[in-house]
Design a protein around this ligand. Structure first.
Ligand SMILES: O=C(O)c1ccc[n+]([C@@H]2O[C@H](COP(=O)([O-])O)[C@@H](O)[C@H]2O)c1
Ligand SMILES: Cc1cc2nc[nH]c2cc1C
Length: 344
């Protein structure tokens, strides 16, 4: 996909925003949000159509040993059942905000019944443990990118133009930490965090293990890094982000793991950033450093550290509000309101 560089449209949308019945800039971040969505959709009158959250779920070889994750690997599959039964936080927030929710089995270590209504894109029953060998082969990684692209294309063809991504995968903060360090060059010790709730001792152990893993490999390309350190759900997130940007969709980026996948996508095509909105600042300690690295400001700061796309779902009303004010708010002229007194 190409970068968005329509300076004429940019100035016409900005003018439209500035003529609304408010002091210049008084709607703050909502103004830049409206501008961004207008540019993504190439119009002064953008619309949010069928907002959708896609959760990619996958298991991690390293998680079976439970040295870096407080919860057991089985929780990934158990949470997929919870998503399907409507009991997870993401179900509640999606219902609250009228968001379509899709669940993808990217590579969970469990066979789900066909009748369950999730999207079966399983690459394998969990990755290999990267303490011993790369998490997946390059072929598996490419397959994950491609399958995710197909899923996003189908959602787009059903009239969705706004898509948020989430994930579920016990152990995936470890993968995200390794990828963060690889793509940002920030040392592992500054990327690692508590995940689902490690204590200080657990974090120290996780740090030591991940440093050893990091030093064991020297991936030469973004795809190789994804294959070495990734999870299937993270590789799919990367492919999904690339396809959604290519289709000029507005993309909501969730927390630590989704942002790590975005780092990989950005290394493949830097223009993806033009299509991304950063929903929230996760309290997983590496997340704010990733956001600083990308030089972006998240919409919300709620101390979430859940994943599942919960931050993205909570940000959808702000995205809708931004578009609505751009389309429906009166201008000074429409409303007969006096503008600022001109200085002589
Ligand atoms: O989104 C985040 O920022 C986030 C931060 C910490 C944990 N998580 C979730 O917790 C799981 C991974 O944590 P862990 O400790 O098993 O590596 C995975 O299912 C993620 O969705 C998510
Ligand atoms: C219970 C639970 C729910 C989650 N949702 C996303 N990651 C999760 C991790 C755990 C452990």
């Amino acid at each position: 996909m190409s970068a968005i560089a329509d300076l004429t449209l940019k100035s016409s949308i900005q003018k439209k925003i500035d003529l609304k019945t408010k002091p210049i800039g008084a709607l703050g971040t909502l103004e830049s949000l409206a501008l961004k969505i207008g540019l993504i959709q190439n119009t002064e009158t953008p619309e949010i159509s069928k907002p959708t959250i896609v959760i990619f779920a996958g298991d991690h070889g390293i998680a079976a040993k439970a040295e870096v994750n407080p919860f057991p690997q089985e929780v990934t599959a158990q949470m997929v059942y919870n998503f399907v039964n409507g009991g997870a936080a993401i179900n509640i927030f999606s219902n609250t905000n009228a968001i379509d929710l899709k669940i993808v089995d990217a590579g969970v270590n469990h066979t789900f019944p066909e009748s369950m209504g999730i999207i079966n894109a399983k690459i394998a029953v969990g990755t290999k443990n990267y303490q011993d060998q790369p998490a997946m082969t390059l072929e598996q990684c490419q397959m994950a990118l491609d399958k995710a692209g197909t899923i996003v294309s189908k959602i787009h063809s059903n009239a969705c133009n706004t898509i948020g991504f989430g994930e579920m995968g016990i152990g995936n903060t470890s993968s995200a930490t390794l990828l963060m360090s690889y793509f940002t060059h920030i040392p592992i010790s500054d990327c690692v965090g508590s995940g689902t709730g490690l204590n200080a001792e657990g974090i120290a152990k996780k740090k030591q293990i991940l440093l050893e893993v990091y030093n064991k490999y020297s991936p030469q390309t973004p795809l190789e890094a994804l294959a070495t350190f990734g999870g299937f759900e993270i590789a799919m997130l990367c492919g999904a982000i690339l396809k959604a940007a290519e289709l000029k969709m507005t993309i909501l980026i969730d927390g630590f793991i989704v942002t790590a996948a975005l780092l990989a996508a950005k290394a493949i095509n830097p223009n993806v950033l033009d299509y991304c909105i950063f929903a929230h600042n996760s309290s997983e300690q590496g997340h704010s450093k990733m956001l600083d690295f990308l030089n972006v400001t998240p919409l919300l700061s709620l101390n979430l550290r859940l994943g599942e796309g919960t931050g993205a779902a909570l940000a959808i009303p702000l995205v809708q509000a931004a578009v609505n004010f751009l389309n429906d708010m009166a201008s000074f002229e429409d409303a007969g309101v006096s503008t600022e007194i001109e200085k002589t």
